[in-house]
Design a protein around this ligand. Sequence first.
Ligand code: GDP
Length: 456
Amino acid sequence: MNDRSTIFALSSGRPPAAVAVVRLCGPRASAALESLIGRVPEPRRASLARVRDPASGEVIDEGLALWFPGPRSETGEDMAELQLHGGHAIIAALVDALVKLDGLRPAEPGEFTRRAFENGRLDLTEVEGLADLIAAETPTQRRLAFRQLKGLIGNRAEAWRQTVIEALALVEARIDFSDEADVPEELLAPALSMARRLRDDIGSALAHGGRGERLRDGLIVAIAGPPNAGKSTLLNRLARREAAIVSPYPGTTRDVIEVHLDLDGYPVTVLDTAGIRDSSDPVEREGVRRARERADAADLVLWVTDLSASGTAITENGKSLFKSEVWEVRNKTDLKAPTEHMGRGASRDTVKVNVEFTISALTGFGLDGLISNLAAFAREYFAGAESAVMTRARHREALEQAVAALDRALAEGACGREEIIAEELRSAATMLGRLTGRVDVEDILDAIFRDFCIGK
Ligand code: GDP
């Protein structure tokens, strides 16, 4: 561990800011403190410190210094933290002084967290929980991520893995001592019944877990309908109304515009699929294909029609486009007296419409009703999702593979080949171990840590 480099980074946000937090981690963290502030403070107590450039002796700034000796630190290694004023020149001078110190270098993105993982302070699901907590945009996402950071998923997976290992031990005892008279014949049956219970337990977590993945990404609501019905106007309205975190999907503005709404604390991503139309331009066609793909995966479609135009009922086309629930939103009510269009129904036989709204995206009429119904839809959709055991496709894949291995073990049955049962149980244990990062996960580590910011 001692040949490890000592890393440092600005862990707080972009300067200028009131305060900047610079963290150090590694074997030379205490030496760095000595050089910068002339001492190592008492562990885990903030103390006032004057930070000097070790080369010139010039004071850079005055702030707080903290010392967290390993292994009882966040990363498990020696750590130091300096809280200074968050000005560009202060940070530049400090970084300048730090790089000149022996054995110190700037941290890579996520490197502090990676060390915490390598030193066993966090398992892989907790690492992901930390990333999600930082990225959380709504209270429910925050709660889900916090529970994951605190081991919600990891502990569950680890308990499952322990059960598999117990079952495996029984089978292996049967294999190793099968010639000895005093080893009970019926070791396989209890092992298989453990495997069966486990299979059901993981299976039900899988069945209910999809909501956790969605809670992380947001419920997908697609706005669709004929050209000029007012889809973009509606999207803009929703965005403004909810003071949304408006973020056009990077690089894909020509196919799908999306806004993230926080409806009653639930994340809802609204897509404007206005770009869905036929085109001969190959670039645009690719955009259309992607738009359609995203809209197809929507949990809810708002089918917007123009009340003032003819032929705006939900069409065969609308039906063929979407598999999900569809709400009809009849727009531009301001252009017509309500009585005129009340009787005009959509051709219901072509598509299932559960809910219908009459609005004006222009004046805002009827939007409150639409928004509160969307919030209720999200609330119902996400009921119980905060305690989901999966939040990522990676979790789902590992659990599915564990279930498949358990199924293969169970298929062998009580008079089956012990070696095969053992092999499948071992494979189930490996899959569960991959969830928490206990076994061979080099290949997924880089992908996970790459998404972190520097200084975390
Ligand atoms: P899109 O093609 O479905 O995205 O439709 P747009 O949102 O671009 O709207 C098409 C036109 O209809 C624009 O000129 C809008 O200003 C207008 N529009 C949209 N909603 C309403 C509405 O509720 N009332 C009226 N009078 N005009 C609207």
